[in-house]
Design a protein around this ligand. Structure first.
Ligand SMILES: Cc1ncc(COP(=O)(O)O)c(C=O)c1O
Length: 549
């Protein structure tokens, strides 16, 4: 009796020590930033009170002298008048629709850091409605043309006219069948064959969004490995499903998700030593800003945005992750929803030289229509067990393999093989790197504290001064007829049909916008200001508000 108790005690102490070590390793494998600590980031988010600058504080929050404040006020007022004149119908329709459209309320409130949002919203409204696209431009309902730098969240790879053509072709192709669901239009067979050939993987499943494709990949990985934990890397976006989006934005804990640091030995050790990890999700876009969330102007509280691709180092990191996954039976899922077909014809697998177990696609693959696609190894894609007939992995969706989507996807896949598309892929990376260099040379020439960093045709704007107003640039760009998505200068996405002439025009306008912003005093900063002092100042302000001081 005594002996067996001692044995159990010793055994559980051993288990405890091992479990303790594993927990320690896991906590060391997290990135030190808040983005690496989902629960903490949510807790802190819940603590932060609203601080809403009035007009006076708005322009002086960094202690600028009155002559600089006057320039800012004049610049702001000029933009406010200009926008009121240029966007009357767009602003009126946006105001009318806002109260009934939740998404508009959200994106309208989160374009800039929250302290500035109310004053900006009241004065720099731009209107959300557009009615035409052609070439690389989009026209709003007031008739203003904009160069499109939104890329429609990455969907627009080949230019809007190409997608209009693909959708028209698709509608004609399936017109006789119409929206019949459950049965398959023959075009589906061709899509399957093309996706298999393109990826070298065995099976395909069709979904209606990228989020759903990721859900299915993770569910299958759990089913086949009989393990529950999912690894994502710090900052990586994989859609808005709770399990892959722990932290701010998700009201509940995602306890079966580990968020590990990228480029981290401890993360590799964690993968190598745990037995409960089903899969690892990779978003190749992280190569532009490892361990950071997608940059957005609403978090641009200072000049601390960092970005830049080291393709070789990132490729090596991904190879090491893939190797550990192979050794440990962890499913390596490449989430190529954003980067697929954009970095290279065969996507990030080709760009970084990977052979994933599963790949998720979406966005541009649908030829302009909503889609999500999962492609994977046959043993991982199987949804039932031969020896346990009732132990299945369920996945359905009313609109999966919708004939119109399938036909538009087919048009896209066929277009991939067209000589003009193949030509686009030749020297793609060099072309976009050269364009980024051209933009940076132009910005440097006029001495503005702004540069761009890029992963091929996906760009972000970085700032070289510790200013609280870097986010203002999005409004000067709007003045110049450059259209950004609601994340502002955090992400510019170019379609590959940008000619050199189009691009040069963007450079000219972008540079002019920066010069105007500089002239209006927004980049003034105290000589001893740093990004750190700005953050500390903001924290002090929040604490004072929280505790009513
Ligand atoms: C890498 C990645 N995965 C998943 C998703 C989710 O796709 P969707 O918005 O179609 O649900 C996105 C969307 O931006 C993405 O970029």
């Amino acid at each position: 009796m005594h002996w067996s108790l001692a044995f159990i005690a010793a055994g559980s102490a051993g288990i405890g020590a091992t479990a303790g070590r594993r927990r320690l390793l896991l906590s060391q494998a997290k990135h030190r930033s808040l983005a690496g600590h989902s629960k903490w980031s949510r807790r802190i988010a819940g603590w932060i009170p609203m601080v809403d600058y009035d007009a006076a504080r708005f322009f002086r929050c960094d202690g600028a002298p009155e002559d600089v404040v006057a320039k800012r006020e004049q610049g702001f007022e000029r933009l406010a008048h200009l926008f009121a004149e240029r966007f009357p119908r767009g602003r009126a329709l946006t105001a009318e629709t806002r109260s009934g459209l939740s998404d508009l309320q959200f994106t309208g409130s989160y374009r800039v850091p929250f302290q500035f949002a109310a004053h900006v919203k009241a004065n720099l409204g731009v209107g959300a409605f557009v009615e035409k696209s052609a070439g690389v431009t989009v026209t709003d309902i007031d008739g203003n043309d904009f160069y499109d730098l939104t890329g429609s969240y990455g969907v627009n790879l080949l230019g809007y006219d190409a997608y209009k053509g693909m959708i028209a072709e698709a509608v004609a192709q399936v017109a006789d069948l119409g929206p019949v669901l459950g049965q398959l239009h023959p075009v589906v067979a061709d899509n399957v064959a093309r996706l298999r050939a393109l990826t070298g993987l065995d099976e395909v499943s069709f979904h209606m969004s990228g989020t759903e494709a990721v859900m299915q990949a993770v569910r299958l990985a759990r089913y086949h490995t009989r393990r529950s934990k999912v690894v994502r890397f710090c900052g990586a976006y994989h859609g808005w499903w709770g399990e892959v989006q722990p932290g701010i934005g998700n009201p509940v804990n995602a306890d079966r998700t580990f968020t590990l640091a990228e480029m981290s030995e401890k993360a590799l050790q964690t993968l190598a030593t745990r037995n409960d990890i089903a899969c690892v999700l990779i978003n190749p876009l992280q190569s532009l800003h490892p361990n950071s969330a997608a940059p957005s102007d609403n978090t641009l509280v200072d000049g601390g945005r960092r970005a830049g691709v080291d393709r070789e180092a990132y490729a090596e990191w991904l190879h090491r992750v893939a190797e550990v996954c192979r050794e440990r039976g962890i499913v390596f899922i490449l989430d190529d929803i954003f980067t697929g077909f954009r970095l290279a014809r065969r996507g990030a697998a080709e760009y970084f030289g990977l052979q994933p177990d599963m790949v998720t696609y979406g966005k541009t693959l649908g030829g302009g229509l909503p889609n999500g696609v999962l492609v994977g190894r046959a043993d991982l894609m199987k949804r039932y067990r031969d020896d346990r007939p009732v132990d299945i992995c369920f996945a359905r969706g009313t609109f999966n393999a919708h004939p119109y989507v399938m036909a538009a996807m087919n048009a896209f896949l066929r277009k991939l093989d067209a000589p003009e598309t193949l030509a686009l892929y030749e020297g793609l990376d060099d072309r976009w790197n050269a364009r980024a260099a051209r933009m940076n040379a132009s910005l440097e020439a006029v001495c503005v504290p702004v540069r761009v960093a890029n992963l091929s045709s996906i760009w972000t704007v970085i700032y070289r001064v510790p200013s609280r107003f870097n986010w203002m640039l999005q409004y000067y760009l709007r003045e110049e007829g450059l259209l950004l998505s609601w994340v502002g200068t955090g992400r510019l996405i170019f379609s590959l049909n940008y000619s050199d002439a189009d691009f040069d025009e963007v450079v000219t306008r972008f540079t002019r916008a920066c010069e105007r912003m500089a002239a209006n005093g927004w980049w003034w900063h105290a000589p001893d200001a740093t990004n750190k002092t700005i953050r500390r100042g903001i924290l002090r302000e929040l604490i004072a508000k929280r505790f009513g001081r």
